[in-house]
Design a protein around this ligand. Structure first.
Ligand SMILES: [Zn+2]
Length: 139
């Protein structure tokens, strides 16, 4: 099949997806910060590079982009190069599962939110985070 969308147009679409996601992640971070939580962001030295981490509590949060992590409700593959995107997103999902298992088996608490969870009900997400942080840190 002929790729009808130019590379530039595709890049523009991808950037739009990314910037929408970044905005939502920032909203959550601001909300948590204003409620007194102190944490690090985009933590490169932790497995899977969590979006938010409080190391002393062994607590991390991932905010998963509906597109990149294959949300069952919102992930729409671009019309061009479907196979490429499909494989890529499938690989991301497999990696997410591996990361979850790793943290669980190493005594961390890992929360994962969809981009749409935060978009639709940020208060609920924050409550979930607070509830988890208030639990005693694992030894
Ligand atoms: Zn979604």
């Amino acid at each position: 099949m002929v790729d009808k969308i130019s590379k530039a147009a595709r890049r523009k679409t991808m950037q739009a997806i990314r910037s929408k996601y970044t905005k939502i992640e920032n909203v959550l971070v601001k909300r948590l910060w204003s409620r007194g939580f102190r944490f690090r962001r985009n933590v490169n030295d932790l497995y899977g590079k969590p979006d938010i981490a409080i190391k002393k509590y062994k607590f991390i949060i991932f905010v998963d982009s509906c597109f990149w992590h294959g949300c069952p409700h919102h992930c729409r593959l671009p019309h061009s190069n479907r196979k490429y995107w499909g494989t890529k997103i499938k690989r991301n999902k497999m990696r997410d599962a591996e990361v979850n298992i790793w943290y669980k088996s190493n005594g961390w608490r890992a929360l994962r939110f969809w981009e749409h969870d935060i978009n639709e009900n940020i208060a609920k997400c924050v409550r979930k985070i607070e509830k988890n942080i208030k639990q005693k840190p694992p030894k």
